[in-house]
Design a binder for this molecule. Structure first.
Ligand SMILES: *Cc1c(COP(=O)(O)O)cnc(C)c1O
Length: 549
């Protein structure tokens, strides 16, 4: 390959039409290739690819970089081949919070790639810097932060936001910890239903996972506030220092919403009582935060004409979600309910000044920042180079607007209300285990004869009963999983832990899951989904009969 040919692998230098058409040609080839595999009645692009046990071993053995590059058309074909059997977010895709990237999101990310600025410094990435400041302000205003004080940045997922919140929590109480290391008596608190992001963060910061205190959750899967208070008191009595409470506002499995307002009341009371420094509260709103866009919805006049039950569901969510702005920091995972591609997570801090505690000294960053030109240098992020993911967020916010998001979020609620109703009618021995929480998720659990969820949740079932029902549900997962090309349900082996009547050990609960996430899933598609569950149950029972014979 000669050097001229290598140059042709880049977009043009001068904007000539020929190279523009060439790039467009590959994009068209890619889109047509992927589109040709789409089928709205399947949840995958073409048939699922059976994976042999040594698939990855074979790949490792056979993969090699060509000595001389191959042509682009062939490469695009290889990329299209990668999508064979790929999950795709059609109406039947209800497995988990794995959304479809919207057109504005994709175009935004393409802009990021074409400009390829570095979001580390506005001299290198002015587009991303501007977009980032815009989306910080836009989201601060929507969520109820004072935009003249708040600040933030795009980061590596909801996980990155939980981690950044913890860095702030440490720095606020121990500004010298950066140099001296963290004291060995710091404690963090989160619900037992919280995402494992905090576990990894306490490990990585050196606080240690023994210092992560898990707070019990109630029947609505939200943190039990009394248990939080007692556990915080106990830590303080033993000489521990509480620094960080993560309030999950929308749990990943059950859509439980922790009560940020009550949590703040407790931390404030404890700070006064024990003369503690401010305890940082992070609302882990990675998933649920978008529902705070209903905070300003006119529920009385209902301008978007939501049906009565949908409106009631949204009001119920808003009841809790409207308080997330009480938290010191929060997160919007745009790659979840914000309809943009990975990775587009926004970390927001109520008092932006506190980020200064994490910033590097000028002396440590000789290449960037602190010049006469350029005034936006993100020395406070854990990342050095940063992708300009704010551009996709910016495009999506403009395209959907508040109402567009409200429509899509309301439809998830609509689908879930209808699904629960139909499921109960058609499969009487199927229990809904997150009945109290309406949102994008329904968790359901099959029983041998009759639904025993109340009994199990109140700790009156025996170990044997729970284990048998878990096994039954595991069998259902397997069969539902085999037909995922048709309807792709989710499942979890620990929706929550419950007490049992005959042991001190708390047991996990296995459930299947419908996570309404595709913009194309509507109420009319639910009949087919319930039929798929019925068929799976029949198959499961058929297999049992065979075994007994
Ligand atoms: C998804 C999720 C996370 C992790 O977010 P990533 O973007 O995957 O890093 C953290 N917390 C909650 C509540 C989540 O739903």
């Amino acid at each position: 390959m000669d050097f001229k040919k290598v140059q042709q692998l880049f977009p043009s230098e001068d904007g000539n039409k020929q190279q523009q058409l060439e790039l467009l040609g590959y994009i068209e080839q890619l889109l047509s290739g992927i589109d040709s595999k789409k089928d709205p009645n399947k949840s995958t692009l073409g048939p699922i690819q059976e994976k042999s046990d040594n698939l990855y071993k074979e790949i490792v053995e056979n993969a090699a970089t060509p000595n001389s590059g191959i042509n682009m058309e062939e490469i695009v074909n290889k990329l299209i081949a990668l999508s064979d059997g790929h999950p795709y977010h059609t109406r039947n895709f209800v497995t988990n919070v794995l959304p479809m990237a919207s057109i504005p999101g994709i175009i935004g990310l393409l802009t990021t790639s074409i400009l390829n600025g570095n979001n580390l410094w506005d001299v290198y990435g002015p587009a991303a810097a501007e977009a980032e400041v815009k989306v910080i302000s836009m989201m601060s205003k929507l969520v109820g932060y004072d935009y003249t004080k708040s600040w933030g940045y795009t980061t590596w997922g909801g996980q990155g936001a939980v981690f950044s919140g913890l860095r702030l929590a440490i720095a606020k109480q121990f500004p010298n910890a950066k140099e001296e290391g963290v004291p060995n008596n710091l404690y963090c608190f989160a619900s037992e239903n919280a995402h494992y992001s905090l576990l990894k963060s306490v490990e990585a910061t050196g606080i240690g996972s023994n210092h992560l205190i898990r707070v019990k959750a109630g029947s609505d899967f939200a943190m039990d506030i009394t248990d939080l208070q007692e556990k915080m008191e106990a830590v303080i009595q033993k000489g521990g220092i509480p620094i960080y409470v993560v309030a999950t506002t929308g749990t990943t499995d059950s859509f439980g919403i922790d009560d940020v307002k009550s949590i703040k009341e407790i931390t404030t009371e404890l700070e006064k009582k024990h003369q503690l420094k401010p305890i940082h509260i992070h609302a882990d709103s990675a998933l649920g935060g978008f529902y705070s866009l209903f905070a300003n919805y006119d529920f009385t006049n209902n301008p978007l004409n939501f049906e009565k039950d949908v409106l009631e569901g949204l009001m119920q969510i808003n009841e809790r979600m409207q308080y997330i702005s009480i938290a010191d920091s929060l997160c919007f995972d745009f790659q979840k309910l914000g309809q943009t591609p990975y990775l587009t997570s926004l970390f927001l801090v109520k008092n932006g000044e506190s980020l200064g505690l994490l910033d590097l000294e000028e002396f440590e960053t000789p290449y960037v920042g602190n010049r006469g030109y350029g005034s936006y240098h993100t020395g406070y992020t854990l990342e050095c180079s940063r992708m300009g993911s704010s551009i996709a967020i910016y495009a999506a916010l403009l395209a959907f607007g508040v109402e567009g998001y409200q429509q899509i979020l309301a439809n998830y609620v609509r689908v879930n209300i209808a699904f629960r109703k139909m499921l109960k009618e058609r499969i009487p021995n199927m229990g809904i285990t997150n009945e109290k929480n309406i949102g994008p998720i329904t968790t359901f659990r099959i029983y041998q004869d009759t639904v025993q969820w109340d009994l199990e949740q109140s700790g009156q079932a025996t170990t044997e009963q729970i284990n048998l029902t878990n096994e039954l549900n595991y069998e259902l997962f397997e069969i539902l999983g085999q037909q995922r090309e048709d309807v792709f349900f989710g499942d979890t082996k620990k929706q929550c832990l419950v007490d049992v009547s005959d042991s001190d050990e708390r047991l996990p609960i296995y459930v299947s899951k419908l996570f309404s996430i595709s913009p194309y899933t509507e109420v009319e598609h639910l009949d087919h989904m319930i039929t798929a569950i019925e068929k799976s149950i029949m198959k499961m029972e058929g297999m049992k009969v065979e075994v007994t014979l």
